[in-house]
Every structure is written in C-alpha cells, then in structure tokens.
Design a protein around this ligand. Structure first.
Ligand code: FE2
Length: 255
C-alpha cells in the first residue's frame, strides 16, 4: 500500500501514527499471505462518517451482530483513542476460545502472545482506514468517500500461509458450528414474519448487517422526525470523540 499526502509539508506517516502500534494486534503481516479472491468492494448508500461511526461503535456488536460476531466477548471490549486514532480489542468468547482450533473458519494465526492474546484488534486510523485483525485473518478496511451519501469500502485480507488442504479441512471442521448459528438467526427472523431469504439482518454476514444499518441511518437523516438521542456513556463514547476529531481537523484545515 502506498500512502500519499497532498501537502508536501505534512508530517511523516510514522509521526502521524505514533503510539498506535502499541494497540495493534501482534500479527506479523509480512508473514501472512493474501488470496486475491478474498478482496471485496462494497458501495454503501451512506456518508463515509456513518460508516466510520458504525465501525467504531462498540454498543451495536451484541445486538446487530448477536449471531455473526458472537465468537467475541463484547462485554470485555477495550477501546480508546491514541491521538486521533481509535483502537479496540476484545477477547474471544469463552466457548469459542476453548474450541477455536475446530470452530475457526480459517487456520488460526500463531502470532499471539501473553501480552497480545487471541482476540479481535480493530483500530480505525483517522480518519477512515480500518484494520480488522483477529484469530485467523488480518484485513484492511479502506473507506473511500464517493459522494455526500455514497461510500465505497474495500477490504483485502491476509491469512496464514497453509495448503489448500489445510484451508479445506479447517472450513469443514467449522462448517457444522456456523451452519447451526446461521440457521438459528434465520429461523428467528422467519418467526418474526420475514420470509425473504435476502433479509440482510438474517444473513449471518456482519458486513451485510452493517451496510443495512448505515443505509437506514442515511435515510433517517432526511426524516423531519430525525434527532440525536442519548448516547451510551461507554460503548458509544468513541463516536463523540470521532466527531470532535473531525471538527478539529476541519478547523485546522481552514485556519
Ligand atoms: Fe458492525
């Protein structure tokens, strides 16, 4: 990846990112491999800041992703800011941790240490570059504003170098676990009267879930009944700080 700044007097990338490394996962990225078919591109009908807010909001994880991300212990999440950059960590859920070698959909990465244990390390480098690093993959989450109400998200993923056979057997081992999980949520949705198999909230796909709510939030901005409600004091506090950082950056740019 090549980083470019339009200002020739801009601080170096190292200076910009100073301090955040302590909060990143222990993944040795250069030792992981990228498979071309794991790259994704999604166009989302929402402002880029709504996508960032969704990414850094810890409160929605237990609700919106109650099935799709239930391998993590959301109550144990730890997050904060290092300068303008958001950092986040949460450990594996106890049941998943006890069986991760069987239930992980991909071979488990062996870079974790007692200081940086298994779990999800999910920072958002200000303003809009996310990294999703977990027990079996390391991904970039590049948020590209296209219009005031349209955003492209590109993901590229690296995994442990292993044979096709290893990936196939790992996928097979975890298949029954995930099949059961997805069916549970789909069944619930059907009980609620939704018969459409395309319902993103019954997909078991956290990306589809997030895209759906971002687009619903964008639509809500045009409602005459729109207003900002109460924030959760802890798990939504990152959104308040992100707003502050954006306002600060805009002020700096216009001074
Ligand atoms: Fe989400």
């Amino acid at each position: 990846m090549i980083w470019i700044h339009p200002d020739p007097e801009a601080p170096s990338l190292q200076t910009w990112l100073q301090g955040i490394e302590a909060h990143l996962g222990p993944h040795r990225v250069s030792e992981l491999v990228e498979h071309a078919d794991t790259a994704t591109s999604h166009d989302i009908q929402a402002n880029w800041k709504l996508v960032v807010e969704n990414y850094i909001d810890g409160y929605h994880l237990s609700h919106l992703h109650s099935t799709s991300l239930n391998m993590y212990d959301h109550k144990q999440q730890q997050s904060g800011f290092c300068g303008p950059h958001f950092h986040f960590y949460e450990p594996l859920a106890p049941d998943y941790a006890a069986n991760v070698d069987k239930q992980s959909p991909l071979p488990v990465i062996d870079h974790f240490t007692p200081e940086k244990p298994l779990g999800a390390y999910v920072p958002m480098l200000f303003p809009c570059f996310g990294i999703g690093a977990d027990e079996s993959s390391w991904s970039i989450f590049q948020i590209i504003p296209l219009a005031v109400d349209k955003t492209r998200v590109i993901t590229r993923t690296r995994v442990m170098p292993a044979s096709d056979w290893s990936f196939w057997t790992q996928e097979w081992k975890s298949y029954s676990h995930y099949q059961k999980q997805t069916a549970t949520k789909a069944d619930k949705s059907n009980r609620d009267g939704q018969e459409d198999g395309d319902d993103p909230l019954a997909s078991g796909d956290f990306m589809a879930e997030d895209i759906y709510v971002c687009e619903q939030q964008q639509k809500s901005l045009a409602s005459p009944w729109y207003s900002v409600g109460a924030y959760a004091s802890q798990q939504e506090s990152a959104i308040r700080e992100f707003h502050r950082q954006v306002l600060q950056a805009m002020k700096t740019a216009t001074d």
